[in-house]
Design a protein around this ligand. Structure first.
Ligand SMILES: [Zn+2]
Length: 120
């Protein structure tokens, strides 16, 4: 399986088989992660406070989402009033919130986990 495909499917960055999250994105527990990979045992929190860094990834994901929605609103709405931009941006960011949370952590994990040797 390619790294991109396993990232999209929220799989472990090392073995690409174990689930990182315990529940689906539409579940009430969409935030809860496994501590270790159920297959290879990789500890997901590579160091204390590791996932604080996901804020920076989440910020850049939000910028990408906002620019996409802004351009789409301009093109599809033929440059509408300001309130249309504001409404569509807020709606888009709120709708993508769960995906943003999960994938910002996953992207950070995929950036740093291949170099890590931490196991339980
Ligand atoms: Zn694994």
């Amino acid at each position: 399986m390619s790294k991109l495909k396993s990232l999209i499917q929220c799989k472990c960055p090392r073995c690409q088989e174990g689930d990182v999250y315990t529940a689906g994105v539409f579940s009430k527990d969409y935030k809860s992660m496994n501590t270790n990979c159920p297959k290879c045992g990789l500890r997901y929190e590579l160091e204390v406070g590791f996932f604080w860094g996901a804020m920076y990834v989440g910020y850049s994901l939000n910028i990408a989402i906002s620019v996409t929605i802004g351009v789409a609103t301009y093109v599809l709405g033929n440059n509408p009033d300001t309130w249309v931009y504001i409404t569509s941006l807020i709606a888009g960011i709120v709708l993508m919130m769960r995906f943003n949370f999960r994938y910002s952590r996953l992207i950070l994990l995929y950036l740093f986990a291949p170099k890590a040797v931490i196991e339980e």
